[in-house]
Design a protein around this ligand. Structure first.
Ligand SMILES: CC(C)(COP(=O)([O-])OP(=O)([O-])OC[C@H]1O[C@@H](n2cnc3c(N)ncnc32)[C@H](O)[C@@H]1OP(=O)([O-])[O-])[C@@H](O)C(=O)NCCC(=O)NCCSC(=O)C[C@@](C)(O)CC(=O)[O-]
Ligand SMILES: NC(=O)C1=CN([C@@H]2O[C@H](COP(=O)(O)OP(=O)(O)OC[C@H]3O[C@@H](n4cnc5c(N)ncnc54)[C@H](O)[C@@H]3O)[C@@H](O)[C@H]2O)C=CC1
Length: 428
């Protein structure tokens, strides 16, 4: 039995990972004033009602439960926050806690956002004079704005709606096409449905103005008008000294130079990003598509983060990436556990959510680079993964921790070794 949880004054909760799950929920509730219903929702095994599941997607036959861990030590824009992360991968949550701990005293993470603008694309084919068609569409800006806003009076009332118009002539293998971008502020919605409705509503007018034929009418997941940014500074002393710092810079330079490495580097960032996106009921595929398209925007796939050394010798990291997430729409309001996670985070706007997710992505990248540039990823990752291996070979109850400790002690986190050790354990 671990020690009793103390109400947390901040997100630094040393030993949080040694508490029982009940104690952790109590500590989280004490930290953010989470109501009993949300605590109960988090505690419920298989916490999605079959009836709700059956209405969320098609042809439902069941649900799959993914654990939600809470990242501690996070300070974002001066405020301590506990961050729920839904992931099947061991060591991801621990990595964020670890990275955040090492920059906490230096101020944690500072974030910003470029706005909450989404882009809907309308593809126009069959115009012999695409440049003229482009100008004809641009001339209708006011009509287009009014038509878009008429599609979603609630969004307009909430301060969102049409913001801008772009029209591009894009060469394709089938000839030049005219692509209209509707740029719409979707406020606290991710906004796919909202902007798709506008694009579909406008299509007949665009055909009438140009004599062309509209084909696709759909948002772009390259949400480069909805960038979230995070930065943080890790003093060299807090991370093991200048040699560790310089090794991390060299690791980053590898990702900058080589897309094979950049893909893995960015996968590490997405370990954190996608886990918060999923926990809050947002669309992981939309965020992932946006991230990777943004990483490749110059024509060469690159790191989403930048790392450099400050004048005083600290390690400074920055992350900038599209983060189209919402607090309304999708599963955010439908899935009761997503609602509980949003309460746990204490965010009231999509902007705040995106900013915290960017901070988590940066933390995750720091932790991965630090272990890769020092002891290697296997030590930490495999020690946490040892419990999974124990379960795979059939360990139950107390056997799981005992067997995992044996595997870590032997430095052989392998299924064949686990099978043999479990057999030995059971023989007494
Ligand atoms: C695993 C650690 C954190 C151990 O790191 P450590 O230095 O052994 O940890 P420690 O025991 O000294 O503890 C330091 C702090 O880490 C946290 N911590 C420590 N242990 C736990 C735990 N069990 N549960 C929750 N939090 C934990 C916790 O905050 C703790 O502070 P405390 O609370 O004790 O004051 C470290 O090795 C690490 O950061 N590893 C990185 C792991 C990682 O990146 N995993 C992702 C999976 S690999 C992958 O998919 C991505 C990759 C790597 O390919 C990306 C890339 O290539 O760039
Ligand atoms: N390529 C993609 O990424 C695609 C994604 N989707 C899905 O679309 C869904 C998201 O679409 P949304 O338009 O976000 O959902 P939605 O249509 O369910 O909700 C958005 C609407 O909520 C209303 N609203 C109420 N309060 C609001 C507030 N505070 N701020 C903004 N709007 C508010 C507005 O009328 C707004 O249009 C996700 O489930 C996503 O998976 C759908 C098609 C394509």
């Amino acid at each position: 039995m671990s020690k009793s949880p103390q109400p947390a004054a901040n997100s630094r909760i040393p030993g949080f990972h040694r508490m029982t799950t009940d104690e952790r929920r109590a500590a989280v509730a004490a930290f953010c004033g989470l109501d009993e219903e949300s605590v109960a929702q988090l505690a419920m095994p298989g916490n999605l009602d079959a009836h709700i599941a059956d209405h969320m997607i098609e042809n439902v036959v069941g649900t799959i439960a993914i654990p939600i861990g809470v990242a501690t030590n996070m300070k974002v824009d001066g405020q301590d926050v506990l961050v729920p992360m839904a992931t099947e991968e061991s060591s991801v949550v621990a990595a964020v806690c670890n990275a955040a701990k090492q920059c906490y005293d230096a101020g944690g993470f500072t974030t910003s956002i470029s706005g909450t603008l989404m882009i809907a694309q309308i593809q126009l084919l069959g115009v012999s004079d695409p440049q003229s068609a482009r100008i004809r569409i641009l001339e209708r800006r006011d009509e287009i704005a009014a038509a878009c806003n008429a599609c979603d009076p609630l969004l307009v009332k909430l301060g969102g709606g049409f913001r801008d118009l772009e029209v591009r002539v894009v060469p394709t293998r089938g000839g030049e096409i005219v692509v209209t971008h509707l740029i719409v502020d979707t406020r606290d919605a991710m906004g796919a449905n909202a902007v798709n409705t506008m694009a579909e509503a406008l299509a007949p007018s665009i055909e009438a103005w140009t004599g062309g034929r509209v084909l696709l009418r759909i948002l772009s997941n390259l949400a480069d008008r909805r960038l979230a940014r995070a930065r943080a500074v890790w003093p060299a002393d807090a991370i093991g000294g200048p040699a560790v710092r310089d090794a991390m810079i060299a690791a980053y330079q590898f990702a900058e130079a080589d897309p094979y490495r950049a893909a893995t580097h960015n996968k590490g960032i997405m370990n954190g990003v996608s886990a918060v996106v999923l926990a809050t009921g947002n669309d992981t595929r939309a965020v992932e598509a946006g991230a990777h398209a943004f990483a490749a925007r110059t024509g060469r796939y690159k790191s989403l983060t930048n790392w450099e050394v400050t004048a005083d010798g600290s390690l400074a990291g920055t992350l900038e990436m599209p983060l189209a997430v919402g607090l309304v729409g999708g599963a955010t309001k439908v899935h009761p556990t997503a609602r509980a996670c949003i309460k746990l985070l204490g965010v009231t706007t999509a902007e705040q959510l995106a900013r915290i997710i960017a901070a988590v992505g940066l933390a995750q990248n720091f932790a991965a680079m630090r272990v890769l540039a020092t002891e290697g990823v296997q030590k930490g990752h495999m020690s946490l993964h040892a419990k999974n291996i124990a379960i795979v070979v059939g360990a139950v109850g107390d056997e799981i921790e005992t067997l995992a400790a044996i595997l870590i002690g032997r430095r052989q986190v392998r299924q064949d070794v686990a099978e043999a050790e479990l057999a030995k354990l059971r023989q007494g």
